[in-house]
Design a protein around this ligand. Structure first.
Ligand code: SF4
Length: 447
């Protein structure tokens, strides 16, 4: 039985799609470090490619992504020229074999079919692939037609994520994202008819005007689309950092307790449907590779959220994209104009990042296992026993509020998140984060 703890739910903590998080990136890391990390990849390393398309036809007010309006059609051609140039520069250096390609954004279907195919051709020409490489794309249902679906399937895309968020038209109006259920249902039909086997849905809780009733109705409608996976993200309202969110009135937002029960209801309804819980905000059919990875302790967490992608490195391509190597995280220039200048001159577009010390990598592994498995033992992860014991002693005061309320359990160097503690998993992870002391309110609420 879930219990709402106001003091815990109100705390601001990262989503930990990396550790250290992007908030720790600085300009002391740049193209030279990125180049060295690419050069260090070995021929048999598995690599994952993330391609960022920072454009959308319409901008949703809740959006926290790096994206802007499409505007003139030539803007996209110019961006694709730059992206193809960057793919060439990176592919010339990076050895290794690509096991996963993910198009995100923004909206990859802001591109025309021809533009999308140009990017695919550049990726195929530049890199080597594993036989099981998966191609996936995030799509905006408002601008998706059957031709685009066929083009995706023809280019090997076998998994897509549709941004649905909510099927309540009143809430859609409050977030500037009008897309009736029948529109999304038609997209799902077009995708499946084109031969795209796996369709995921992205939904949200904590949106303006959202209630338990609207959550329940949305989940019931979403169920009829038989998604392979569902991501149920909590809306992070950070209007000081994201000006477009100022269009959303604070007074319309559910409070911390309402958000908590919305997330619990969504979880209960998806479990009733037979989906398996994956981490703190994903659900998957039992036969989906994400559920299988979770069952086998192979679930991972990266910039796309919970994933079964087991690559040794993630290479980001496109403005603002992030690359992840064992000892380094880098980010490419966010400003599209400056990004183009850099990559069209044959340079990497890297502008910032962070070196990951051995301690960062160990803590990152603890945070990842806690969020993916709900359990971690520092010694099993390879920490020297004395160091592990010291770290557990150091984090004990931070974990005490969760321990006292029966949300977690500790045995020596092992930490377990109990079923009641699952909604607060990110708080347990944050105890191991050495950067958080002065973070303030830069992150979403814990629930
Ligand atoms: S379509 Fe997606 S990326 Fe584009 S503005 Fe809306 S939420 Fe953001």
């Amino acid at each position: 039985m879930a219990v709402f703890h106001a003091d815990l739910a109100a705390r601001s903590v990262p989503r930990y799609t990396s550790y250290p998080t992007a908030a720790e990136f600085t300009e002391t890391v740049g193209a030279a470090e990125h180049r060295a990390a690419l050069d260090a990849l070995r021929p048999n390393d598995r690599i994952s490619l993330y391609l960022h398309i920072p454009y959308c036809h319409e901008i949703c007010w809740y959006c926290g992504c790096n994206t802007g309006p499409v505007g003139r059609a030539s803007r996209l051609d110019i961006y694709v020229d730059a992206l193809v140039a960057e793919i060439g520069v990176v592919a010339d250096r990076a050895r290794g074999r690509v096991s996963h390609v993910h198009f995100g954004g923004g909206s990859p279907n802001a591109l025309s079919p021809d533009q999308f195919e140009r990017v695919v051709a550049a990726v195929r020409a530049g890199f080597r692939f594993t036989p099981d490489a998966e191609w996936a794309a995030e799509l905006d249902p408002r601008h998706l037609d059957a031709d685009f679906c066929r083009m995706l399937a023809g280019n090997g895309v076998s998994r897509v994520s549709l941004g649905a968020q909510t099927f309540d038209l009143g809430i859609q109006a409050k977030i500037n994202r009008l897309q009736p259920f029948r529109m999304v249902a038609r997209c799902v039909e077009d995708l499946r008819r084109a031969g795209i086997a796996h369709v995921n849905l992205d939904l949200m809780y904590g949106l303006p005007g959202q209630t338990l009733d609207t959550i329940a109705r949305t989940v019931r409608q979403a169920r009829d689309l038989a998604p392979d996976r569902v991501a149920m993200f909590g809306y992070a309202h950070l209007p000081r950092m994201l000006p477009r969110q100022r269009m959303i009135e604070d007074s319309q937002l559910p409070d911390a307790e309402a958000r908590f029960w919305q997330s619990i209801l969504a979880r209960d309804l998806w479990l009733e449907e037979g989906l398996r819980p994956i981490g703190f905000d994903h659900y998957a059919r039992p036969d989906d590779t994400l559920a299988l990875a979770a069952a086998n302790g192979k679930l991972r967490r990266n910039f796309q959220g919970f994933t079964d992608d087991d690559a040794d490195a993630v290479i980001g391509l496109g403005a603002s994209s992030i690359s992840l190597f064992p000892g380094l995280i880098t980010q490419t220039e966010k400003h599209v104009g400056r990004y183009r200048m850099k990559v069209q001159n044959g340079c990497l577009g890297t502008t910032r990042g962070i070196r990951r010390s051995v301690d960062d990598q160990r803590r990152g592994a603890v945070i990842e296992r806690l969020l993916c498995d709900g359990r971690v033992d520092l010694v099993e992860l390879g920490w020297p026993p004395a160091v592990a014991a010291q770290v557990m002693a150091d984090v004990a005061p931070k974990l005490a509020p969760m321990l006292e309320r029966g949300l977690i359990r500790r045995h020596g160097t092992e930490l377990i998140i109990l079923p009641n503690g699952e909604p607060y998993a990110r708080l347990a992870a944050a105890a191991f984060d050495t950067f958080r002391a002065a973070a303030g309110d830069r992150f979403s609420k814990a629930v």
